[in-house]
Write a protein of this length. Sequence first.
Length: 301
Amino acid sequence: MTASAAVSATANTTRAARRPAGQRHRGMPRWLWHALVVIVVLIIVYPVVWMLGTSFKPAAEVVSSTRPWPVSPTLHNYPQGWTGNPGVTFGRFFLNSAIVSIAAVVGNLFACSLAAFAFARLRFRARRFLFPIVVVTLLLPYHVLIVPQYAIFKDLGWVNTFWPLIVPKFLATDAFFIFLMVQFMRGIPHELDEAAKLDGCGPYRTYWHIVLPLARPALITSAIFTFIWTWNDFFSQLIYLNDTSKFTAPVGLSLFVDQAGFSSYGPMMAMAVLSVVPVFLFFLAFQRLLVEGVATSGLKG
C-alpha cells in the first residue's frame, strides 16, 4: 500500500507539473486576466476612437453627442481643417514638422553615436567621470533648462527659426540615446577594434566601418524615438516659433482654438488624425528593428 501510494503521489505530481501555469495556480482564473487586459486596452484605445469618430462629426453633433462614433458622418472636417487657417494650409505645418523631425534624427544619430563610441570603445582619463555626468542629466527636467537656452538662442538671433530645434541635436544633448548606444556598443567584441587597428584603422575608421554597422539596431531605435518625440513635441516648438508659416503640426493644431474660446473641434480632430498617421507609419515600418534594438541594448527588464 505504501509503494502504491508513493507511485500515485508521484503520478499526481507529474500531472500537476505538466498543467499550464493558469491551472497550477488557483489565485486568479485565466478568463479574469483576459478580461482585465481587454479593459485596459479599451481604456487606452478609447481616446483614439473618440478622436477618429469626432473627425467625422458635424459641428452641431460634436457638442451635443457624447458617443464616440458619428450619427451623421461627414467628410467636411478634413478639407475645412486643411485649408482653415488664412494664408497657410495644414500641409505647410506637416512640411515644417518633417523638416525638424528628419533633421533631429540625423543630428541625434550622428552626434550621439560619436559620443557613445567614445564612452564605450575609447580609453581616456575623464571617461569614468564624464559618463556618469551625462547619465545624471537625464534627471534634469526640460523646463529647468528652457530659460537659459532661450536666452542663448535669442542672443544668437535664432528665435522664430528652426535652429533651436535642430542644432542641439547635433551637439549630443539627448543623454538617453547616448546611454542606449553605449549599452549596445559595449556588447560588441573588442577584438574587432584590435583587428581594425592592426589593419591600420584609426578611431574614426573603426567607428565608421566596424562599430557603426554593428550598432544598427540601436541606431534604428534611436531614430524611431527621436522622430516620434520630435514630431509630437509641442512645448519647445511653441516657445521658439512665432510666425504661423513656421508652425509645426502640434502647434498648428492649437490654431483651431481662438482667444475668444471658440473651438473647431471637428476640423481639429481631423487634422489630429492626419498628424498621427506619419508617426504610425514610421513605427509600423521599423517595429521589428525597434524591438530588436531595445532587446539588445540593455533596456529590457
